[in-house]
Write a protein that binds this ligand. Structure first.
Ligand code: FAD
Length: 387
């Protein structure tokens, strides 16, 4: 077993880290103050990232993406965790895996322009009545006499919906059937509702979508009819590992650097607070937590690259990494004392931004249910080293 990184992996990490430190982190506070990333800066970070080959790293190289293995992608995603959500989206792209189901004309219309950053997409599954129960959606797509689809219903909480040119929308196409459609912004009957104000993730809009008899051409169906739920869940699995698991590790590492430096610097009672054992415990527990989560992320990524079913492990990563991040940011506020609660420093922002990790892409409760069910089916083999 070899946990060392090779030279290419180190170079990749260094490139992403430098780009984030020099180009993205300096924009974070302005986004926090303005509530948005201005279009000129969005364009500049996109251009720079693309020129470095960092856009759409998860997509195959032959289509213009980065062509990375899951493990290499995960290494980059950990670095992405060192900056804010909207900057990650603009610099590295929202190129969701289900788009790889595009065939024929769909490739030129939706897939390639998204990989090249000429179009942006968002994924729209959640509805006001169907969150954790993603199969309980009410949005429908019915085929009309000339073979077109007619989409009716609505979604909410759709991240990056204001910026996106099209949406991957799950809709019921039969009593028990869910399919996925590529729905372009601007189609008659398709409107964007309010941008739901959130506790954190400033700068990323989370919008409502309304579909009132939106006519979709047959080409808008992504993958096979009735495969939408499978496609959505497949996409979310990678998202959970990359955008939740790995980013949580990166975010926690970023916070740890700052809390460790502060503890070395801050003196009370004539002593550095880093010398107080209770502060040392907060720091040490954070290091332990981060390392354990990182190993879980790497293991799941390795499983995917080896062609092993990693779904149970991804559920474990989702719970553990999200909750680990919550503990680390909470300790950071404590180490910084009153300054941890002040807007003057980014610590309170990290605290707010971390809270969503336990909720989106499947709540901790849902993933615990998945793990417990799997344990029921597979028994101890679920965690046994001999599988
Ligand atoms: C910032 C943000 C961004 C988001 N981005 C997107 C996006 O881009 N696209 C998209 O489609 N969606 C998005 N979502 C939606 C997100 O995935 C859902 O909020 C999440 O899946 C939870 O659904 P819900 O909010 O309806 O909560 P509910 O499902 O109503 O859950 C409420 C509570 O009940 C618990 N619960 C539910 N069912 C069970 C059960 N069977 N057993 C035990 N406990 C249960 C939950 O764990 C939770 O604690 C986003 C949400 C937020 C807040």
């Amino acid at each position: 077993m070899d946990f060392s990184l090779n030279d290419e992996q180190r170079m990749l990490i260094d490139t992403v880290r430098r780009f984030i430190r020099e180009e993205l982190q300096p924009l974070e506070q302005r986004i926090e103050d303005d509530g948005e990333l201005d279009p000129a800066s969005a364009r500049a970070v996109f251009d720079k990232s693309r020129s470095l080959g960092l856009y759409a790293l998860n997509m195959p190289a032959e289509l213009g993406g980065g062509g990375l293995s899951t493990l290499d992608r995960i290494l980059c995603e950990e670095q992405f965790g060192h900056t804010s959500d909207i900057l990650i989206r603009r610099a590295f792209g929202n190129v969701y895996e289900p788009l790889l189901e595009c065939r024929g004309e769909q490739v030129e219309r939706w897939l390639k322009p998204t990989i090249e950053g000429r179009r942006t997409c968002a994924i729209a599954i959640t509805e006001p009545g169907a969150g954790s129960d993603a199969q309980g959606i009410r949005t429908t797509a019915r085929r009309n006499a000339d073979g077109h689809w007619v989409l009716d219903g609505g979604k909410h909480f759709i991240s990056d919906g204001l910026w996106s040119d099209f949406f991957l929308v799950s809709a019921r196409t039969g009593e028990r059937e869910i399919s996925m459609f590529m729905v372009d912004k601007g189609l008659p009957g398709f409107t964007i509702g309010k941008d739901q104000k959130m506790m954190g993730l400033r700068g990323t809009p989370h919008v409502e979508l309304f579909f009132d008899q939106v006519v979709l051409e047959p080409l808008a169906l992504l993958g096979a009819e009735g495969q939408g739920f499978k496609l959505a869940m497949g996409a979310l699995n990678v998202v959970r590992l990359a955008q939740v698991g790995a980013r949580a590790v990166g975010k926690a590492s970023h916070v740890l650097e700052q809390m460790s430096a502060y503890a070395q610097d801050r003196k009370q009672f004539g002593t550095r607070i880093a010398d107080f054992q209770m502060i040392q415990q907060l720091l040490a527990d954070s290091v332990i937590d981060i390392n354990a989560a990182r190993l879980m992320v790497w293991q799941a990524a390795w499983m995917i690259d080896a062609g092993i079913d990693a779904r149970d492990h991804i559920a474990m990563v989702k719970v553990h990494a999200a909750e680990m991040l919550g503990r680390v940011v909470d300790r950071a506020v404590q180490v910084f004392g009153g300054m941890g609660f002040c807007k003057e420093l980014p610590i309170e922002r990290y605290y707010r931004d971390a809270r969503i990790y336990r909720i989106f892409d499947g709540t901790s409760e849902i993933h615990r249910t998945v793990i417990a069910r799997s344990l029921g089916k597979k028994g101890a083999a679920l965690h046994d080293v001999h599988r």
